[in-house]
Design a protein. Sequence first.
Length: 540
Amino acid sequence: MEDVKAKGFLKRFNTAKAVRDEWESLLRETYDLFLPDRQGFDCGQRGKSNNIDLYTDEGVRALSKFANNIKTKLMPSGQRWAKLEPSGNFKVDMLRGSISKEEEEKVQQGLDIDTEVLFYHLWSSNFDQAVNESMQDMAVSVGAFMIQDTGREDAPLNFVSVPADQLAIEEAGDGVIRSAWREWIIKAREIDGMWQEREADDKLDKLITDKPESDVKVIEGTIYNPSDDNYTYSVYISQSEKKIVFSTDYEVSPWVIFRWSKSPQETWGRGAAMNCKHTMAMFNQEEKDVASARAKEIDPVAVIDTSAIVNPHKVSFNAGARILKSPDWNGSAAQSKAVELLTSGTNFQVAQNSRENYKSALKEAFYLLDLPPMDAGAKTATEYQVRVNEALEQKNAAFTRLNKELIEQTISRVYYILSRYNIVTPYKSNGKVMGVKSTAPLAGYQDAKDIETVQKFISDTIAIFGDELGAEIVRKEIDIDKYGDYVADRMSIPIDIRLTVEKKKEIDQQVKDEKEAQQQALLAEQAVNQPPAPQVQPEL
């Protein structure tokens, strides 16, 4: 008999799965048009070609380019696309000036080292492959992957992309997905390798021993506990006696679940592919019609006069239909031909124009429209940058969601696992949580705008008031000593190559000493070169 814990686990899972079932029809249709080979809602269809009803691969290619483009803009391979920085109470104290600059630098220097270590382990793992698969799912609806602790200190990270047909999610009242489940089938012999510390279970042990190749349905889920602010990860196997065969608690969820966009009151996301599903469906239908018309042009339908001296069974055609007609089908017998070929009358130029319109619509839906051509007159660097910024702004709205749901969750989970092996400093230190800042190209757009605003103020002030007066106004409005830190922070310049407070003070003192020495030398030189004072003759 199932215990209370197993019943509660299964009840939460079934509720979340029921929500996914409401989306299944829409998900099937979208996957069939844009990602047919990853559509796994039909059991037993994995590994087979599922695109027999797809007459153009434009949607498949557009989605693939979109996923690769977002991956490159957010998480470029071989690059550090995020950095650790102080957060929580420590960050608040920094902003209030309660913490000295020297202590800030010391903390950030340690976090920069941890950032290097973190990305070393990321690059050594299968992260890039798993996240790219999940990016494709996000383009449809929801991207999801699990970050597993392998138990090996030399290679502690393993990433597993979870497709939509295996996923069930539960959204909290604040719109954050904290609880998630994966339902999938494995071989009985794989259980002990995946959950080595599972509870002993006679029924399951017998199944593994007697029927190691039998299929076992597994539900692994993570449920958030608001009272303890932690996550309970459990593995449910219906063929076992205890049902819950493994359970443990985590401070950070092993799940990373992210969405491109979503509608209010909905849990599952609406990706770029789902938003243009109807366009792709019409495109696919038109390509099907054009293919049929093109086949008729190449191999036209034959009309055969039944009264003519023609044996239709002896007339050989490579392909195409045969239509038997009476003599008066299109006129008198004298005017009738024994065999006539019918043409489709299709205007393929119109079809080509329509195809280009559909392709352009897909590019726009997936943010793949090329920049306007540069050969239409000379373009300045500023004009070109404006075009680039416009393209980035189109993605910037979705970046805010991805920054929270994808980037921060990924770094937090990886950092948590590494901290368990003391590879990096503890995830929490005196209640102060370390934060994450994205440094990817798409994330740097706002920082670049901040720097551009300051630079524009400086250049415009000098242009309006002239070099001398403009520079004086700038010096009164902007703290030049803080300007360097302002720019370096937004460009994520590593703290270990930036001047420390002590070094800056030392340089300032050197400059001051040099100025004083130059002043003393100038006074001494003036005293030497000064002509002697005229002598006053005494009066007689």
